[in-house]
Write a new protein. Structure first.
Length: 441
């Protein structure tokens, strides 16, 4: 009996099949932990994704153009933090997480700052997600964090100075239909000369018969430009306007300020309604002897009127000169680019050096060339035709067009014929100036 019992004990001692259960029991704990970690981690990752999406929306939204932070940045005269932007960012985050559960928010912080012409928003969060399986091994929560940064470039502040040629040549009828009508009423002349010595001047005739002239189109285009600027502005006072011409009459010829530089675009629009053709006291009048386009004196004067350009902030705006003209000087100028007529009368394409002096100061010049319309007379054939070609449209071989383009800053030149839109061209130049300012920043 003892021998049989001993044998049974020895067989149990020497058996190995029971070790499988022990090994399985020992490995079950890390296996369950791994599976539990994967499940809990996946859940935490899903919640983190929701939190990150909300924080991305917060950083982007807090620097949007209509956001409190972006608007506040526009009124800041120096760099610094923008408390309104930070408050807005946290509000956007909280709004996006309404109704979301399964986490405990430790913190959400936002910093919105202005530096130069950029607004930067940085938003951070930290949250705890409770575990299910990992709590078995004592890990009750998983911490998730995230950061999002967004940067927006602020629109720049720009001062626009409009230099509008209102000399007698801008009295030409604006379209072929207007030309035909005016010629039929004047006996062949297509220019509505504003001769104050003649009670029935072509100017009076044009008004009587509702003939539209270039100066009329320019007046309307300038008013519409103010509407465009108003609609485009992001900030109050972002754009300021000043309006100049060559004088009310030959008796007072020279740079005339129709509207002082101001951010009141509605007032500028009203002032633009006073744009009109220069009055002259008959042919060969006693004031200028028909020399009514004095580029040589007007450009230095407008140069003096424009203060130094800045960096595009509210206290230091960029500067643009908008120049609208048919590009032909008619003045007393011994340094004429072309042969003088008589002792000192100079009729020539504009001298680009006049514009270079302005551009060298960092002022951009946008040029709208209203293509010179050749009259059918011997004077034009003798003195103007040699440096002009083509009756309408772009004239690449015309020295007038070439010099006007040289006058413009790169990319800021338009040429329009009598049948094309001065208003559309002015608006295009404006939008290009605004876009160029954003790119340059």
């Amino acid at each position: 009996m003892l021998s049989a019992a001993a044998r049974l004990i020895d067989r149990f001692r020497r058996a190995h099949r029971g070790n499988v259960g022990i090994v399985f029991a020992l490995t079950l704990v890390p296996t369950i932990s791994s599976i539990g970690y994967a499940i809990d981690y996946s859940r935490a990752a899903q919640i983190r994704t929701k939190l990150q999406t909300a924080i991305d929306a917060a950083s982007v939204g807090s620097v949007a153009q209509k956001s409190p932070g972006f608007i506040a940045a526009g009124s800041m005269s120096s760099d610094g933090v923008i408390p309104a932007g930070a408050t807005d960012a946290v509000g956007i985050f909280n709004g996006n997480m309404v109704g979301q559960t399964g986490y405990t928010l430790n913190s959400v912080t936002a910093t919105v700052t202005k530096a130069s012409n950029q607004v930067t928003s940085t938003v951070q969060f930290s949250a705890q997600v409770p575990t299910t399986f990992l709590s078995i091994i004592g890990r009750n929560v998983m911490t998730v964090t995230g950061t999002s940064t967004s940067v927006a470039t602020m629109p720049l502040y720009i001062d626009f100075y409009l230099l509008l040629d209102n000399s007698p040549s801008m009295g030409v009828a604006a379209t072929p239909a207007d030309i035909t009508l005016l010629q039929s009423k004047t006996g062949g002349c297509a220019f509505a000369c504003h001769d104050t010595t003649n009670a029935n001047s072509n100017y009076v005739i044009a008004k009587k018969w509702n003939v539209t002239t270039r100066i009329d189109v320019l007046r309307t285009a300038t008013q519409q430009l103010m509407d465009t600027a108003t609609a485009t502005a992001t900030y109050p006072s972002q754009f300021r306007m000043a309006i100049y011409d060559f004088g009310a009459s030959s008796a007072t010829i020279g740079l005339r300020n129709l509207f002082l530089l101001s951010s009141s675009l509605s007032s500028a629009r009203t002032a633009a309604g006073n744009i009109d053709l220069m009055a002259v006291a008959g042919q060969n009048d006693s004031f200028t002897a028909d020399k009514d386009t004095p580029f040589t004196s007007v450009f230095p004067a407008i140069n003096n009127a424009i203060s130094l350009p800045g960096t595009g902030t509210s206290s230091s705006p960029l500067k643009y000169l908008f120049f609208v003209s048919d590009g032909v000087a008619d003045e007393a100028n011994a340094g004429c680019l072309k042969p003088l007529q008589g002792s000192n009368r100079c009729q020539s394409p504009i001298n680009p050096a006049l514009c270079t002096a302005i551009k060298n100061r960092g002022i951009k010049i946008a040029v709208l060339y209203t293509t010179y319309l050749p009259p059918t007379d011997n004077w034009y054939s003798t003195w103007i035709a040699p440096f002009n070609t083509g009756p309408y449209g772009p004239s690449p071989n015309s020295e007038i067009a070439q010099n006007m383009q040289s006058c413009a800053s790169p990319g800021f030149y338009f040429e329009v014929s009598p049948t094309q839109g001065i208003s559309e061209a002015m608006n295009a130049l404006f939008q290009k100036a605004v876009a160029n300012a954003r790119i340059a920043s």
